[in-house]
Design a protein around this ligand. Structure first.
Ligand code: BGC
Length: 733
């Protein structure tokens, strides 16, 4: 029986940030960190909103956190009972990750007896603007209880405050009163409304109360031993981006939820989750740990999938807060996209539509550097704006900003966009995405690489110089193999797409198809792709970039031992890794994983064996690529620990969470996506060949069988694997 519940027993204040990520709930529109209801800004609670960004002064532009409508605490016999101030007798947090329901149960000892507070909350999958909460209070004595619950406007922000002219009001429209907070963002003035109401069958006295930046309901009751008082609470959120009347819509939604009641709304929410799992659950036989870790990863991807719109992507830290500026990286296309293509193609289309719709931003960025075509934002926000600064890291020794080159040199991002769009088409067969705008996107991606190419006078080949590959520790290198191969892919893809678009009439106006097809084809053919080495001791290994093999060849431990400060940056001009062969994350291995069919097994293995010991895995993206390539060389057992590392990135934690005093943690949806890819494409060996779904399982020792569904070309299939045997049947047949 699959395990769909995670549980945390006991209380440690220092775990608040980590658990905030691990117990996150969300519905793609809002993400609610798994923090306790009584937490204030210093314990990092957040209701994070997708796709709305704001900038204050010189700070980073980042997504906004809403006024915290979940804020709640308890008073018993006039004394406050909340964490961390009041030590509990027992405390437990739970997450039902099949249905996105967060729970907590805390027992405190009071001078007259024990009191228990139990809460549940969900971000409705059925009504994206709705949060439901239920409190149960019980005591073994006649306790005089006050539950204070409402909206805390003192929001945790990294670079805020983003919300201005905060207006706190009460209205009597709903029995018990409605609390309403209206505000707007600083930069674009987008209206934001958060409303709240409560409902209880117990005899309660409800009064509203304002305290500093909090607007609260005060619910007074006397507990009866052996009985629980139950209080339901609804929070509705609307913005001016989606509605002309956010306040009215929020109130209408509250009224609906209020009259439906918690059970009805919870049921609707859970049914939505069940529908998602119907298409996406991965059954893993023989290995409960792997099964739970994979489905927990998928839970996170579902919780942040932008199903409410047709054009939006997923930030690298999901909806777990403002870190990484809420920006979209190559993580989406190269790590998360496959999951959606295979289980929810409509969302996959939404993700790629975001890139097509942000093409103008990419064209402007290319032009700003003197290039043609589309240079996509390394850290993409609304409109394709690149949030990545030229000084993205602070030197721990001097406190000064360090010049980094992620924004201007990590040119492989553009290829990820072309790759994502075409992978979507290959798997779904949905060519409608290659309408005029889609075709133009592919062409502009290719045009970008075309304009980057350099031809050394003495050589008959094109090169791409001065870049950063996926391994960010080595900056401004020449001929990074991953980048060159992805550029070649993009140029070749454009040749194909132009050919088809010419027939279908979707080429841009005035575009000279023959001329550009020729240009791109020649560029692709002459673009230098590093080949496996025949240097003694490095036979078959592909040099990551020109001169990489000449760098100091040392060990990870040695390099780690050279650190002067635990938080210093390993890359850049003075980084401990920069002058060595130690790399941050899979680079050549990522390339070979994508183009494995172009190399023999010995070459793939030689590269895996060479690079793995030299990889810090300093990014959560890394392990999944090693896992995938290990599967492709027929070594699923070698893949397994890397697969588990990916699948448990958020379940186990342990990633970097703080840079000095700045919180940089959050969830790791790219690792979650890589875990899915390893399970489905690696262990189960799923691929699409000439439009047909193929399965070639190669299971690690601990896994005896698998079952899952998978879409291919508009048909949903059920795949059942038993040992080495696989069966594919169309669903419903
Ligand atoms: C990695 C990038 C990644 C980004 C966001 C960085 O640490 O090096 O490859 O895109 O994090 O996840």
């Amino acid at each position: 029986m699959a395990n769909w519940m995670i549980r945390e027993k006991g209380y440690q204040e220092s775990d608040a940030a980590t658990l905030g990520n691990r117990y996150l709930i969300g519905n793609g529109y809002i993400g609610i960190r798994g923090t306790l209801e009584e937490y204030e800004a210093d314990h990092l609670p957040a209701i994070n909103l997708a796709g709305i960004y704001d900038r204050v002064g010189e700070g980073w532009r980042e997504p906004i956190n809403l006024p915290n409508g979940c804020f709640t605490y308890l008073k018993v016999d006039e004394d406050i009972y909340r964490l961390p101030e009041r030590e509990p007798v027992s405390h437990e947090m739970t997450l039902d990750h099949r249905h996105g329901v967060f729970g907590r149960e805390t027992v405190w000892h009071t001078p007259r007896g024990n009191i228990t507070l139990k809460t549940e909350r969900f971000a409705s999958m059925h009504e994206k603007n709705l949060i439901g909460m239920r409190f149960r209070i019980s005591a073994d004595f006649h306790a005089d209880v006050e539950l204070l619950t409402g909206i805390d406007c003192d929001v945790w922000d990294l670079n805020g405050p983003h919300l201005e002219d905060i207006l706190m009001e009460e209205s009597g429209d709903i029995a018990g009163g409605e609390l309403i907070v209206s505000t707007h963002t600083h930069e674009a003035g987008i209206p934001i409304v958060v409303t709240e109401c409560i409902h209880s069958d117990a005899s309660v006295e409800i009064k509203s109360k304002r305290k500093e930046m909090k607007l609260l309901h005060r619910i007074c009751l006397i507990t009866k031993p052996g009985e629980s008082a139950v209080i339901e609470k609804w929070v509705a959120v609307y913005t001016g981006k989606e509605s002309y009347e956010p306040r009215k819509e929020a109130t209408d939604l509250l009224k609906r939820a209020y009259s439906d009641g918690f059970e009805t709304q919870l049921k609707l929410h859970m049914e939505c989750w069940e529908k998602l799992w119907k298409h996406s659950e991965v059954v893993i036989k023989g290995d409960e740990i792997a099964e739970q870790a994979v489905n927990y990863s998928l839970y996170h991807l579902h919780s942040i999938a932008p199903r409410h719109t047709q054009s939006l992507s997923i930030p690298a830290r999901g909806l777990s807060g403002q870190t990484y500026k809420g920006a979209v990286f190559w993580d989406t296309e190269m790590f998360m996209l496959d999951f959606f293509i295979m289980t929810d193609p409509a969302t996959a289309r939404t993700l790629m539509k975001y890139r097509i719709d942000t093409l103008e931003g990419a064209i402007a960025k290319a032009a700003s550097y003197g290039y043609e075509g589309a240079f996509y934002a390394w850290e993409s926000q609304e409109g394709g704006y690149d949030a990545c600064s030229d000084y993205n890291v602070t030197d721990v020794f001097t406190g000064r900003p360090m010049r980094t080159f992620f924004r201007d040199k990590q040119v492989h991002i553009t290829a990820a966009v072309a790759y994502g769009i075409l992978r979507y088409v290959e798997w779904t067969g949905d060519k409608t995405i290659l309408d005029k705008d889609g075709v133009r996107t592919i062409i502009e991606c290719a045009r970008f690489y075309h304009s980057l190419l350099l031809k050394p006078v003495e050589k008959y080949r094109y090169e791409i110089r001065d870049v950063i590959g996926p391994d960010e520790y080595h900056e401004r290198v020449n001929n990074n193999g991953y980048t060159n191969r992805m550029a070649k892919y993009t140029l070749e893809a454009a040749v194909r797409v132009i050919g088809e678009a010419n027939v279908e009439g979707t080429l841009p106006e005035g575009f000279d198809a023959d001329e550009w097809k020729k240009n791109f084809a020649v560029a692709a053919e002459r673009l230098y792709i590093p080949t496996p080495s025949n240097r003694p001791g490095k036979e078959g290994v592909i040099e990551q970039f020109d001169g990489y093999f000449d760098l100091e060849d040392t060990t990870l431990d040695e390099v780690r031992g050279r650190l002067l400060h635990e938080k210093e940056y390993w890359g850049g001009a003075y980084g401990v890794a920069s002058h060595t062969q130690i790399i941050k994350q899979a680079d050549v291995v990522t390339w070979l994983n994508l183009f494995d069919r172009e190399y023999d097994i010995q070459t793939l293995r030689a590269n895996w064996d060479y690079y793995e010991p030299r990889t810090e895995h300093g990014s959560s993206l890394s392990a999944g690529m090693y896992a995938m390539l290990a599967c492709k060389i027929g070594e699923p057992d070698k893949a397994y620990p890397f697969f588990l590392k990916s699948a448990m990135a958020d379940l186990k934690g342990g990633g970097k969470e703080w840079a000095g005093l700045v919180y940089i943690g959050g969830t790791h949806p790219a690792a979650a996506g890589a875990a899915y890819m390893t399970a489905i494409e690696g262990f189960a060996g799923v691929s699409v060949v000439d439009g047909e779904l193929k399965v070639r399982p190669s299971l690690p020792r601990s896994i005896t069988g698998m079952e899952f569904n998978c879409y291919c070309r508009g048909v949903e299939y059920k795949v059942s694997i038993d040992g080495g045997n696989a069966e594919i049947t169309p669903v419903g047949s």
